[in-house]
Structures are given as C-alpha cells and as structure tokens.
Ligand binder design. Structure first.
Ligand code: TYM
Length: 335
C-alpha cells in the first residue's frame, strides 16, 4: 500500500490555511483506507527560526496534537507522532546534510524569505531545514506527501536528495516521492491582502482565521475581509484579476467540499456583502466544533502524551529498519 507522510510545525496556532491546505486532506486520505497514513508534529523544525522557551514548545506540540485529533485524525487509523520522539528522523537528516548541496539549499525561496537580508544571523538549522524535511518523508519510504502549495519546492528537493543518494551509492533505495497538492485551497490567502498567503506569523490577527477562534471572531473576520464592489461572476475567469474575491470563493468551495464553479453557480450576481454572510455561517458551522474539541482534549495532556508515545513506538517499527539499511549502504560500522 502507498504510504502517506506529512508534517506541521508546532509553532503556535493553526490557521484556516493549515486546515484547508493540509489537515482536511490528511483526514480524507486517512479515511479512504487506501493508504497507510503517518502525520507528524515537527518540533525539531519549530526551533529553526528561533529558540522558544521549553514550556511553550511543549504546549504548542500538545495543542497541535489536539488539533490533529479534533479535525478527524484517528490515532488508531493513522500513526500520529512528534518528530523528536522518533530519533531516526534526525539521524537520517545528517546523512542528507551530506547529500544535499549548498547551492540547492541556497535556492530555496522559503530560506530566502525567512533569512531575509541578514542570512549571516540565521541559524544553520534554518538553512538545513529542507534536508530534515526530506528525512522526515524518506525515513518511512513515503510515496505521497499532501501539502499546501508553499511546500512544493521543498518536495522537489526531497526528490533530488533521494535521486542523488540512489545514484551515488548505486542503489534503488529511496522512492521518488509524489507531492499531493490538490483542491480549491492549496494556497489560502490573507483576508486583508489577497496577494499574500494566510500565515500564522502575520502580525495582524485580522488577516487569518485561527482554528481556536470563537464563532464570533470567525464571523467578524469574514465580514471584515477585504473584497471589491463587483458581484460574484458567473465563471471562474471573472475572478482572475480579483485575488480577494477569488480567495473567498475558494475558501467556500473547500469548506463545502464542492468545486469553485459550483459556488459561482449558486451565488453568481450576488454581492459580496451577502456572500460573506453565507461564508461566515458555513465557516462557523465547520470550524467551531474543532475549537471546542481542541479545548476538551487539551484538558487531559497526559492522554495526549500517551497517544504520541504509542505513535512513536509504531513509527519506529518502520524507521529503525530503514535507517539500518541506510547505514549499511553508507558503510557505518556497527558492532
Ligand atoms: P507548516 O507548518 O508551515 O504548514 C503546515 C501545512 O499547512 C500548509 N499551509 C497552507 N496551505 C494552504 N494555504 C496556506 N495559507 C497555508 N499555510 C500553510 C503547508 O503547505 C503545510 O502543508 N515544512 C513544513 C512542515 C514539514 C513537512 C515535513 C511537511 C516538515 N517536514 C514533511 C510535509 C512533509 C512546514 O513548515 O509546514
């Protein structure tokens, strides 16, 4: 059976972008029953941008785990893990640090964006981040990786690392992974500026919907989202030069599990004032139960820790043998 792996950083807060671009599809792939699914909170990645206080990172990791379960990940059906509890991720990442080239890493647009003009002051971990991401995936020999559009370049690098390893050692060992970037919401945009992606790191909270927002906050942010005075068009081409309008239609489509064209079929000719009311109702309907469930799960952190402990055991049944074979290929002596 094909094996699915994906990860999310426990960097505090989940957005509608994380949900529609990634988590909602994690659930679909889990429930399809046609794939083995492994989902990960990547705490090792979460310290690359800055070192966070230990209790904060632990809280964020537990909250992310609660988020996974609240959206519908079943820790019996999927393997649900925290990255640092499965040490083979970091061990394989070292090997990949020696496979990946400086030039490849330097071309990563996320590196360039996050390091900004002052790359000298960025951590070495931030630079090496995509090699760890490749290890996350390949330490399971995962074949499919559902992500949002912003991770596409990192997945191409993952393929390059697998291919170079296989070529340099003359083996056919690591699979060439398929990115799964599908649906209406692979790039959910900022509610106040349709040319920027929705992000948990934007200083203004009005630009995003958080999965922990109350029903009132969700409705208010959607009502205040930027739009234009024109009505909804009949065809998708009518949204091409209207990024904010297009974003709201895509969000509606993804939340309702219908095509963007079907949204237009229902709402063409209507004004955005009205459409935003319908969207707010739909969003509250779909998202409010998630936040309630997260709060409930967070009341029992010991249970969350138990779930992740069990997940790590199951994960290591896969990762230990794959790392072992990798070490054999590379020539790491073990006595
Ligand atoms: P992260 O934590 O930034 O985001 C988690 C997932 O959410 C998606 N996403 C979005 N999708 C659509 N619209 C948006 N506005 C939006 N914002 C975020 C991301 O594309 C991602 O799928 N490097 C990864 C974590 C990672 C990983 C992995 C992913 C580490 N190892 C191995 C896959 C496989 C990251 O920082 O995602």
């Amino acid at each position: 059976t094909p094996r699915v792996f994906s990860g999310i950083q426990p960097s505090g807060g989940l957005t509608l972008g994380n949900y529609l671009g990634a988590m909602k599809r994690f659930v679909t792939m889990q429930d399809a029953g046609t794939h083995e699914t492994i989902y990960c909170m990547v705490d090792l990645h979460a310290i690359t941008a800055r070192l966070v206080p230990a209790d904060e990172l632990i809280h964020n990791t537990r909250e992310l785990c609660a988020g996974f379960i609240a959206v519908g990940i079943d820790p019996e059906k999927s393997v649900l893990i925290n990255q640092s509890q499965v040490p083979e991720h970091a061990q394989l990442a070292w090997i990949f640090n020696c496979v990946a080239r400086m030039g490849w890493m330097g071309r990563m647009t996320q590196w360039k964006d996050k390091a900004g003009k002052n790359a000298e002051a960025a951590s070495l971990g931030l630079f090496a981040y995509p090699a760890l991401m490749a290890a996350d995936i390949l330490v399971y020999h995962a074949t499919h990786v559902p992500v949002g559009e912003d991770q596409k370049q990192h997945l191409e690098l993952t393929r390059d690392i697998a291919a170079k390893f296989n070529h340099d050692y003359g083996v056919d060992f690591f699979p060439i992974t398929e990115p799964v970037i599908e649906g209406a919401a692979t790039r959910v945009m900022n509610l106040q500026d349709g040319t920027k992606k929705m992000s948990k790191s934007d200083p203004s909270d009005k630009t995003r919907i958080n999965l922990t927002d109350s029903a009132d906050e969700i409705a208010k942010k959607i009502r205040k989202a930027k739009t234009d005075p024109d009505p909804l068009p009949e065809a998708l081409e009518g949204l091409e030069t209207r990024p904010e309008a297009r974003n709201l239609v895509n969000i509606y489509a993804a939340l309702a599990d219908i095509d963007p064209q079907a949204v237009l079929d229902q709402h063409a000719g209507g004004l955005f004032g009205q459409f935003k009311m319908a969207l707010a109702d739909l969003a509250v309907d779909k998202l409010a139960p998630i936040s309630t469930e997260m709060t409930r799960l967070m009341a029992d952190p010991a249970e969350i820790d138990r779930i992740l402990g069990r997940g790590a055991e199951r994960a290591r049944e896969i990762t230990v043998p794959i790392l072992d074979r990798t070490y054999d290929i590379v020539g790491m002596l073990r006595s």
